[in-house]
Design a protein around this ligand. Structure first.
Ligand code: SF4
Length: 675
């Protein structure tokens, strides 16, 4: 038996784990004791991260649609068909009629190659991935404020914090190994502020817990900053030396009416004042946030308001401070870094910057499109707009809002190809399906939420006839007449390093240790960067933005009197394609549900476990009621992992006009008993 060090395939904590291999079978998993985050721990998903790899439902060979049915075919035939169809569509309608969805589950190298194929061969910037649904407002909002959209500091710094403010992040359930560092800080005497509409587990340990109404974050954040201003708790020297536009921002705050804060957000000024003083008064304080902040039509506004708060209190530029957007999937940070975004090439280099375009055109020996493309929401919610699509490792049918609309777009396209490890709900409607290798069957790198680039290592050969996505893309490029000559992902990373300044010093020989490297890492001698913005912000000076409140796009009314919010549960991950094929996780959480407060349940005569129908203007779902004390009145919660009770059949596809993220955190619904 031998052991192979790799990185967990689920969340962006990026835990290091060992795969124990015997006779080309993985017989066990154990955490790395030396890993900076795992430190000998894994959550239940990490411990059980391999069962799905051997699952009987793994895709075994390529499939092609014939007479309405997906039937087996050979690799050559499948790749030829994809190549022929996409090139035909490009010729007939232009590159802008083709959409490419990359994957936060795939490696950096795979994301880089797919965006190269999309831009250099198919001439499209319609390239995106699931960051659109989780942290596109962070990429945009933090870039506007600081010049970089990534987490400013490192996870382990949490353990030394004096104050931690957590908002819109159910950290114990979604990033359990990050929550461990919060508890370590609490053991050392740190103070915890939790601000969340749901009374999440972490709120039990909070020194201050505040419950805002859904979608009112800008209001309480502005209120908090006005109190900090009025109390004279701003960091004048930081503001003077490191930021710009504060005088405008100060005028804007001075004009804001505190009496509106309580009326709209539901948080009393007294409680907000206590939280404001605790956060602003600390020497070292950190803000953690996640999709509770970003998945709103005001997602970018919310993120920029958080940046304002950190800047006005000077909680940046040093260790144990900063803004922590907790990214979801294990490589969602890396997929963004690699340019799986409609307006950016790798390293956040803009597609409309002539110097950038020239650099990539020369390196790739290809003309490149220079107009930013469409987001995934704009590709998937406009039936007929996109004629041909290639989707690598994403299950958009379940993850995007307003499922009916997504189905119509996918079914109305001329051609859809999907590469995945299982026949997902999205693959089921494809014209060609390619069997991809699982994470233990390929080499590559992934980048965690703290910008840590780490190795994924091949431990066993690909199952059946599956292939790693990086090989699939290379073969597809060859079929399209554009040879890509890479022998291994290590060679792809050499090209990434050459063209991507923040990855300039990232080479496989430097990634052998369990620590990996944190970007920016500009050259071979650069040690990596544990925290950003030390002497200056990436954009020079930090920019204060004056942000007014914008209500959610859809609020409860007479017909739909409940607000529905959605999210994840501890045992499952995203659309459940992997975790729902793992027996322990299935045992612990076998099916979907809708959470409701006991008071509301009593009024409707609903008992715990009873089947109920949840209805929104877009669809209806039958699931079981779960009575919980953690929800406010007139609010429901549904996890989005379950195909039999798909929360996204109900959610609204209204988007943040800047980051184009849909408002997955609030829509109006009604609840009925099933008779
Ligand atoms: Fe994997 Fe995240 Fe659990 Fe760590 S915390 S073991 S990365 S799912």
């Amino acid at each position: 038996m031998h052991s192979v060090l790799t990185t967990c395939p689920f969340c962006a904590c990026g835990c290091g784990l060992y795969l124990h291999v015997e006779n080309e079978r993985i017989v066990g998993v154990s955490p790395s004791k030396k890993h900076p985050i795992s430190r000998g721990n894994l959550c239940v998903k990490g411990w059980n991260s391999i069962e799905h790899v051997r699952h009987a439902e793994r895709l075994r060979e390529p499939l092609i649609r014939k007479n309405g049915k997906l039937v087996k075919t050979g690799w050559n035939h499948a790749l030829k068909r994809i190549s022929h169809e996409l090139l035909r569509i490009k010729k007939k309608y232009g590159g802008e009629s083709i959409g490419i969805l990359s994957s936060a589950k795939c490696t950096n190298e795979e994301n880089y190659l797919l965006m190269k194929l999309g831009r250099a061969i198919l001439k499209t910037n319609n390239l995106d991935h699931c960051a659109r649904l989780c942290h596109s407002p962070s990429v945009l909002g933090l870039t506007n404020a600081f010049g970089s959209g990534a987490m400013t500091n490192s996870i382990s710094e949490l353990a030394g914090a004096e104050v931690i403010l957590v908002t819109g992040s159910n950290t114990t359930e979604q990033h359990p190994q990050i929550a461990r560092f919060i508890f370590e800080a609490l053991d050392k005497g740190a103070k915890l502020i939790v601000i969340d509409p749901r009374r999440i587990e972490l709120s039990k340990f909070a020194h201050i817990y505040l419950r805002p109404r859904l979608g009112t974050d800008v209001i309480w954040l502005n209120g908090m900053m006005k109190i900090i201003l009025d109390e004279g708790l701003v960091d004048d020297s930081f503001i003077k030396m490191r930021t710009e536009n504060f005088s405008e921002f100060k005028k804007f705050l001075s004009r804001s009416d505190l009496s509106q804060v309580e009326a709209i957000s539901g948080i009393s000024l007294e409680d907000l004042g206590r939280a404001a003083k605790m956060y602003a008064g600390a020497k070292r304080a950190i803000i953690i946030y996640s999709m509770g902040i970003t998945q709103h039509v005001s997602g970018t506004d919310n993120v920029e308001s958080i940046a304002n708060l950190a800047m006005m209190t000077g909680h940046l530029e040093q260790e144990i401070t900063g803004v922590f957007p907790l990214r979801g999937q294990n490589n969602v940070q890396g997929a963004c870094d690699m340019g799986a975004l409609p307006g950016m090439l790798s390293g956040y280099q803009r597609v409309d910057d002539p110097a950038v375009l020239d650099k990539f055109s020369r390196a790739w020996n290809a003309d490149l499109p220079s107009t930013p493309g469409l987001s995934s929401v704009d590709m998937l919610h406009n039936a007929g707009r996109i004629k041909g699509m290639f989707i690598m490792g994403e299950n958009s049918m379940l993850s995007h809002p307003d499922m009916k609309n997504v189905r119509a777009s996918l079914e109305n396209s001329d051609f859809l190809a999907v590469a995945d490890i299982f026949l997902t709900e999205t693959a089921e409607v494809a014209d060609v399906v390619l069997p991809a290798a699982a994470f233990v069957e390929k080499d590559g790198t992934v980048t965690s939420t703290e910008r840590r680039i780490q190795r994924m290592r091949k431990a066993i050969p690909p199952a059946h006839l599956s292939k790693p996505d990086w090989q699939i893309i290379i073969e597809l490029a060859r079929h399209m007449g554009y040879p890509m000559d890479y022998e291994s992902p290590a060679e792809v990373m050499e090209e990434i390093a050459l063209l991507t300044p923040i990855y300039g010093g990232v080479y496989y020989d430097r990634l052998e240790t369990v620590q990996g490297l944190q970007w920016p890492c500009s050259d071979r001698n650069h040690p990596g960067t544990p925290y950003l913005h030390k002497k200056s912000f990436t954009r020079g000076k930090g920019l204060f933005a004056c942000i007014g409140y914008r209500p959610p796009a859809e609020l409860p009314d007479k017909e739909y009197p409940f607000a529905l919010t959605t999210g994840r549960v501890y045992e499952h991950w995203h659309t459940g394609s992997m975790t729902r094929r793992i027996s322990i996780l299935k045992r612990e959480c076998p099916e979907g549900f809708v959470e409701i407060s006991p008071e509301d349940a009593r009024v409707l005569g609903i008992i715990n476990g009873e089947p109920v129908k949840v209805i929104s203007p877009r669809g209806e779902v039958i699931t079981r009621a779960k009575l919980v004390g953690s929800l406010p009145a007139q609010t429901l919660f549904m996890p989005f992992h379950f195909r039999e009770a798909p929360a996204n059949a109900l959610t609204n596809n209204a988007v943040d006009p800047q980051a184009r993220i849909p408002e997955l955190k609030i829509c109006a619904v009604r609840l009925e008993k099933v008779t």
